[in-house]
Design a protein around this ligand. Structure first.
Ligand SMILES: NC(=O)c1ccc[n+]([C@@H]2O[C@H](COP(=O)([O-])OP(=O)(O)OC[C@H]3O[C@@H](n4cnc5c(N)ncnc54)[C@H](OP(=O)(O)O)[C@@H]3O)[C@@H](O)[C@H]2O)c1
Length: 220
C-alpha cells in the first residue's frame, strides 16, 4: 500500500526545469504559483529531493491559497540537509520528515531530531539513494494517503522509472532556456510504444502558462 502520488513541476517550452546553474525561481507566472499552492493544500504530504532544498531552500507551505500545510518530506540519503534550511527553521521541523539510509551520520540524525524533525531511516539500496517503494509504504503507514512531488529532476525521474507516480501536473511556461536541467532524465525508453502516457488529459491556460494534467498509465 502506498500514497496516491502526483508529480508537479514547472518547465520551459524546451523542457527545462532550471537553468544550467540550477536557477528555477520562477519559471512559471504568479497564476501558476497559486495553482501549485492549491495543489499543495489538497495533498497530505509534499516531497522534494535534497538537491532542491540545497538549490532553492523552499518552505513547502501553503501561502498563496487557502488550506493547510502538508507534511514536508525531503529525500536525503546521507542527511546533508543544513539545520538552517527553511523546512527546519522556526519550528517548521515538526512538520518535516527527512528520509535517509539506515545507519548514516548518527550525529546529524540526532541534531535533526533535536530540532523536531522526524528522520525515517530506510534500508540501503545497491544503486544508492533512498528506497522509494519502502519510503512510500512507510509514509502510507503514517497516514499519508496523497503525496505531491515537486522535484527536482532526479527525484521526478526516479519516481517515473520506478513507476510509482499516478498523476502528472506540468506547468509549461512560454520561455526557452536552451541548455539547462532537463525536467526528466533517462527513463530507459528506446521504443515509442514504451512511452509513459497521460490519460484523461486536461489542458488549462493559467496566465501565460499552460497546465497539462493527467493520469499516468503506470502505477495504478
Ligand atoms: N521548475 C520546477 O518546478 C522545479 C521544482 C523543483 C526543483 N527544481 C530545480 O531542480 C534542481 C534540483 O534537481 P536535482 O535533480 O539536482 O535534485 P533533486 O531531484 O531535488 O534531489 C536529488 C537528490 O535526492 C537524493 N535522493 C535520495 N534518494 C533518491 C532517490 N531514490 N531518487 C532520486 N534522488 C534521491 C539524492 O541525493 P543523496 O544521494 O544525497 O540522497 C539526489 O541527488 C534545482 O535546480 C531546482 O531549482 C525545479
Amino acid at each position: 500500500m502506498r500514497p496516491h502520488v502526483t508529480i508537479s513541476y514547472a518547465q520551459t517550452l524546451d523542457g527545462r526545469l532550471a537553468t544550467r546553474t540550477g536557477s528555477s525561481q520562477w519559471i512559471s507566472g504568479p497564476e501558476s504559483l497559486r495553482f501549485a499552492h492549491e495543489l499543495r493544500a489538497r495533498h497530505d504530504a509534499i516531497m522534494v529531493g535534497i538537491g532542491t532544498v540545497l538549490a532553492d531552500d523552499p518552505r513547502l507551505t501553503v501561502r498563496l491559497a487557502p488550506g493547510r500545510d502538508p507534511l514536508r518530506v525531503v529525500l536525503d540519503s546521507t542527511l546533508r540537509i543544513p539545520p538552517e534550511a527553511a523546512v527546519l527553521r522556526d519550528g517548521a521541523a515538526h512538520g518535516t520528515v527527512v528520509a535517509c539510509v539506515a545507519g548514516v551520520a548518527p550525529a546529524r540524525r540526532a541534531a535533526l531530531e533535536a530540532l523536531g524533525a522526524t528522520v525515517l531511516a530506510l534500508p540501503p539500496r545497491p544503486e544508492g539513494g533512498v528506497d522509494l517503494a519502502a519510503l512510500m509504504a512507510a509514509l502510507y503507514r503514517r497516514g499519508v494517503a496523497s503525496l505531491m512531488v515537486e522535484g527536482g529532476a532526479r527525484v521526478i525521474t526516479a519516481l517515473l522509472r520506478a513507476r510509482l507516480a499516478d498523476r502528472l501536473a506540468v506547468c509549461v511556461a512560454p520561455k526557452i532556456l536552451g541548455e539547462g536541467i532537463n525536467a526528466i532524465g533517462d527513463l530507459g525508453i528506446t521504443r515509442l510504444a514504451d512511452a509513459h502516457m497521460l490519460n484523461d488529459v486536461t489542458v488549462t491556460l493559467c496566465g501565460a502558462d499552460v497546465i497539462v494534467q493527467g493520469r499516468l498509465d503506470v502505477g495504478e
